[in-house]
Write a protein that binds this ligand. Sequence first.
Ligand SMILES: Cc1cc2nc3c(=O)[nH]c(=O)nc-3n(C[C@H](O)[C@H](O)[C@H](O)COP(=O)(O)OP(=O)(O)OC[C@H]3O[C@@H](n4cnc5c(N)ncnc54)[C@H](O)[C@@H]3O)c2cc1C
Length: 427
Amino acid sequence: MLKQRIFWHDTVDMPSDKDLPPLPDRVGVAVIGSGFTGLAAARTLAQRGTRVAVLEAETIGWGASSRNGGMALTGLKLPMQTVIKKYGRGLAKRLFQCSLDSIDTVEQIVRDEKIDCGFARTGHLLAANKPKHFDALKDEAEFMAKEFNHNVRLVPPGEMQSEIGSDAYHGALVDEVSGGLNPAQFVAGLARAAENAGATLHARARVTRLTRGEKRFVVETERGTLEAESVLVATAGYTGPTTKSLQKKIIPIGSFIIATEKLPDDLARELSPKNRMIFDYKHYLNYFRLWDGRMIFGGRAAFFPENENTIARSAEILRREMVTVYPQLHDAKVEYVWGGTLDFAFDMMTHVGEDAGMFYSLGYAGHGVAMGAYLGETVAEAMLAGNIREHPFAQINFPGAPLGLYDGRPWFLPFAGAWHKILDWVE
Ligand SMILES: Cc1cc2nc3c(=O)[nH]c(=O)nc-3n(C[C@H](O)[C@H](O)[C@H](O)COP(=O)(O)OP(=O)(O)OC[C@H]3O[C@@H](n4cnc5c(N)ncnc54)[C@H](O)[C@@H]3O)c2cc1C
């Protein structure tokens, strides 16, 4: 039976909203949003002695952090060649290093906090949908070795069976540094770690108004008001009108995932012999991996954020895509489908910074599993040190919409979706 339910949530006890602790009157930092970013920041702040409250509109870990593909990837959304062109060699190198450090950060947190989330450096496989994509991957491998001293391995078309049980691709690139985990188990573990460090977590406490007073922020929530010396906005694709200036810079985009029934061991091994985190080269890309014998297969099946309709439609589209890649799964039952919202900035880069005491870390563009934890931690450190401006991700201008044609309601998504489909067809 197909359930509209997040598969990962059936693998762990997510933090409940049964006993809601009262809000404190006053804190050092109020963190808005309880995903990887907010919880990692809260853990670091509390460990350093700051009084911190995490305010979450829904339940703890409810957002993208417990719904994603669980791929902890090297690099940024934009190819590093583009990043060098836009921001120069020096900054590009620092940003790429952040992406490597982000996976180390996840590994370290998982070890220190004993989080049972299956984290493993299984590597990622970027598969070419067309022969000319493989030429581009060759260039990329050479470029990454030369410019970043980062070695990735090419898999020629004739050797793909060692990496993936599919004839759909024309070669691939393997990066052994990337890893995978169960995102709901990771976010639930982070929540426990933040609490153990002394942070208080408040589910069902949507922030409805943020006012800057003389010395402190007045933070109004659905469950009462508190004062905070500073605020960290960690609301990703769910950024709303309470922080309007940020909402206008973030485009929420839906991404959807299906999970099959548990497959026979030999079939699972055939599909992904090395248990890689796999994604393809398209704009409208598919990403997939195994977890506990199930195929977890995601894609941007609809551009609009999740609702009952987009989720139901996505189940069928994703099943079709999955069977195109893996005809062996034609008769496999799809048991789960769910969706979540990604946060894209107009330049497809992640942005951190401060606006008069209001800090933020947003715009992960589908690369927030490792980066969320890393930026949560490093932004918290920068808040304490008072040097957020020196953070590599604070060096980039955070653009708004061209001509200011966006107020937080993404009217252009159908056009963007169609445009990406056209690009996949011609490129
Ligand atoms: C389907 C899907 C697949 C993905 N796959 C991958 C992947 O494989 N690898 C990867 O690196 N990234 C992936 N991502 C992206 C990744 O999940 C996100 O970048 C990351 O989880 C963002 O974490 P966060 O803590 O910043 O935000 P979130 O986890 O989204 O948390 C934000 C929270 O803020 C809360 N909030 C919003 N407004 C308010 C308010 N006013 N008051 C209080 N709370 C509020 C929301 O309720 C939400 O819980 C995927 C995302 C999706 C949706």
